[in-house]
Every structure is written in C-alpha cells, then in structure tokens.
Design a protein around this ligand. Structure first.
Ligand code: S3P
Length: 432
C-alpha cells in the first residue's frame, strides 16, 4: 500500500523517457525465436508481461541473453523448439497467450499453458475458433479459458477469416500460424488493429500483403535475425501526456514515443478534445517515433465511437480521467472490449474515479463521463485499488496528482510492473 503523490503548484516539468513498447518487445522475441540467426533487440521492455514471453522461449530451448534493455536471441527456426519440461506460464499476459497459441499450433509435442487468475478469466475462444479452422488442436478449460493444452499437430492449413472482433492479438495469432500453414491465410479486418506483427514480419524478410483491409501470408517465409529498435511505449507515455495536460502549470516532453498510426488513437482523441500536442524529431524509419511535448490546458468533451477504439483501446482508462476534467460530457461507445481486458475496465475505471468525486455512467459498451468534476477526498483519505490491473493502478496515480482534500492511498500497486516498472519513480522525477 502506498500514499500517492499530489502535484505541487508548479505542476509537472521536464524531459523524460518511458520504457520500450510492450507489443513490439513481445513480437521481437517471437520473431527472433522463429528466425534463423541472431536478433539484437534494443530498448527492450523489461516488464513482467514480456519476461513471461522470454521465459517461455527459454523453456522451448531458445538461447536468449538479456543485459538490461539489450536482448540477444539466437534463433534456429520454430522446427527446433524442444519440448517444455513444465507448463508454460503466461502470467498476466494476454498477448503472450494468444500470439503463442498461433505460433505453437504446429509442434510435434503437447504444450501445457497456464496463466494467473485474471488471465484465466479472459476469453480465448476468439483465438481457438480460427486456429481450429486451420487444423490446430488446442483444448482449454470450461468456457474456453486457461489452463489448457496445445496438442501435438503436424499440419495447419490456410483460411480466409473475417474478424468478428477488432483484435491485433487474434490477427497476430492467425498470422503466426499462417506462416506455417499450407496455402494462403487471409484475415479481413473491418477496422484496422495495430500492425506491429505485419511490420516485423517484413523486417525479418518475410512476405505479407496488406490491401483494402485484407492481410495475407503464406508458408515458406525465410526469416533471418534482425536488429530491432523498440520505440518507447505510447501506452505508457499516455499517462504522462494526460498528466501534463490536466495538472495546472505543467510542461512535459516525452522522448522517442512510438507514433504508429494504428496505435496513436490517444493523440488523435486528445487533439479532438482540444489538446495542443507538439511533435518534434519525428523519425519514420521502421516503427515511427517522435518527441511529444504538452502543456497544461483546458480540454473539452467529445464523442468516442467504435472506429476510434482499436487504436486507443489500452488508453481509454486514462482518456476517461482526462474527460473528467474536460468541459462538457465525453461519451465512449463501441468499446465492449474494455470489459475483457486485465479487468473489466468500464467497471474498474468507474469504481476508482468515482471514489474521488468523478461522475461517470456505465454503458454496456462504454461510458458517459460528465466533465468539469474537480477530484476531491472529503474524508481523511480515499483508498484506491489497481484491482490487479497495471493501467488502472497508473490511472489512479495520475488522478491523485490533481485530487484535493484528504490523502489518496493505493493498494495493488505491484501490478504496475506488468508494463511499466519504475512508473512511480519516473512520476516523482517530473514533480518539482
Ligand atoms: C495487443 C493488442 C491489444 C491490446 C494489448 C496488446 C497486442 O489487445 O489491448 O494490450 O500486442 O497485440 P487486442 O488486440 O485483443 O484488443
């Protein structure tokens, strides 16, 4: 349990960096493991989620050396994985679980997979259905949740699959099976989801076609080890971007933040809310990144709809906090996916922010946030919890900055290390 900090009248100030991108770090390990030769990864995210993916590949016999944020993977191709001696533990990580189900769908031995309590509640049918159509034999527990077994299987076959939910995890699972499948695998997406898998497949020398919402791959990809530079995670930067906008007298610059178009929804939504987001040192080679500068300012409420969700899905909790400080209401709809993240984030956002006086109504697929509500603790203290969800823990810490009255206390702060170890230390460094 910790007492959360409150911002000084001088606001948040300075230039900072946030850790490497979680989605890209997972994928760099995966492609490094299935490619031939050495992959060097720079600015790797050393966080609980990604370390689970790393431990999985070591268990599968892949040599991986890690020195801080530098990682070297010695790839020998997916045909040379060795049978794990124990169940593969995915921890809290949906990305590890779903992508690895596709990647490991054609191995000559059975693989047991387990996860923590939250992950064992999350829906996996969305991956099982297309992978079963491809010929994979994966059997999970009741309601298609972890734990389960990926059974030995010698062949997968390409399919054409129209995505029922916008999910990069499902798309990536199908692609990772697709590059081992007979024939062509095509995925049809109504709204584009993050495209890190597609970009990285190309970087490793693979072939993929992307046209009019259709993504296709075939087998016989000759993947070779690469030098991967991971940009800073926009999902982590989002907490500081919103903190800088809503904390009076702030001015912050966050360096080298990933600004991939399929991930930058938080920037687009905040701009629609009136935010002045200044980008400099823009680099568009590979995964694009830029320095982002923001200053405290008044925001206004907006309507966020289905088409906005895939590129901002992980940032909706912190956008909800920003909306509590905006002029007017913000409506989020088409975001039913929030209910099946690490927690039901419609419920957990509302449960926590209302403890500080926010006025938010739940919708089945989103929320209505009534703006202009100063956050305040009337009693001696308010007890917030992360609910074991990293992004809810960080949202609470940013909310506390602008809360007046009694103390704000957080339990379950350990969850933050799932994506951002050192978050609270970084926050204290920009408070003067
Ligand atoms: C991720 C995709 C998103 C996101 C998750 C990471 C990825 O999930 O919420 O944190 O790395 O592919 P969905 O694709 O299931 O929406």
């Amino acid at each position: 349990m910790i007492k959360l900090m409150r911002a000084q009248s001088t606001g948040l100030r300075g230039t900072m960096t946030v850790p490497g991108d979680k989605s890209i770090s997972h994928r760099a390990l995966m492609f490094g493991a299935i490619a031939q030769g050495v992959t060097e990864i720079e600015n790797f995210l050393v966080s609980d989620d990604v370390l689970h993916t790393m431990a999985v590949f070591r268990e599968l016999g892949v040599t991986i050396d890690q020195h801080g944020k530098h990682v070297r993977v010695i790839g020998r191709g997916s045909e040379h994985f060795t049978q794990p001696q124990k169940a593969l533990d995915m921890g809290n990580s949906g990305t590890s679980t779903r992508l690895l189900m596709g990647l490991l769908s054609r191995q000559p031995f059975n693989i047991h997979i387990v996860g923590d309590e939250s992950l064992s509640r999350r829906p996996m049918k969305r991956v099982l259905t297309p992978l079963a159509l491809m010929g994979a034999d994966i059997r999970l527990s009741e309601n298609d949740t972890l734990p389960g077994v990926i059974y030995a299987n010698s062949q997968v076959t390409g399919i054409t699959y129209e995505m029922p939910v916008a999910s990069a995890q499902v798309k990536s699972a199908i692609l990772l099976a697709g590059i081992q499948a007979e024939g062509v695998t095509t995925i049809i997406e109504k709204i584009p989801s993050r495209d890190h898998t597609e970009r990285m497949l190309r970087q490793f020398g693979g072939t993929i076609t992307v046209k009019d919402g259709r993504v296709s791959v075939t087998k016989h990809q000759h993947l070779t080890g690469q030098h991967v530079i991971v940009p800073s995670d926009i999902s982590s930067a989002a907490f500081f971007i919103v903190a800088g906008l809503i904390t009076p007298n702030s001015k912050l610059t966050i360096k080298k933040v990933g600004i991939n178009k399929t991930r930058d929804g938080v920037l687009q939504l905040l701009k629609r809310m009136g935010a002045n987001i200044v980008m400099s040192n823009i680099n568009v080679n590979g995964e694009p990144f830029a320095d982002i500068t923001i200053e405290a300012q008044q925001l206004k409420g907006i309507d966020i709809t289905e088409k906005d969700i895939p590129s901002s899905v992980d940032e909706l909790p912190i956008i909800a906090l920003a909306a509590t400080q905006a002029q007017g209401d913000t409506t989020i709809t088409g975001a039913g996916e929030l209910r099946v993240k690490e927690t039901d984030r419609i419920a957990t956002v509302i449960s926590e922010l209302t403890k500080l006086g926010a006025n938010i109504e739940a919708l089945e697929d989103g929320m209505i946030i009534h703006g202009g509500t100063p956050l305040h603790v009337t009693n001696e203290s308010a007890l917030l919890t992360s609910h074991g969800d990293h992004r809810i823990g960080m949202m609470n810490a940013i909310a506390a900055l602008i809360t007046t009255g009694g103390d704000v206390v957080l339990t379950g702060e350990d969850a933050i290390s799932v994506s951002y170890p050192g978050f609270l230390e970084n926050l204290s460094r920009v408070m003067i």
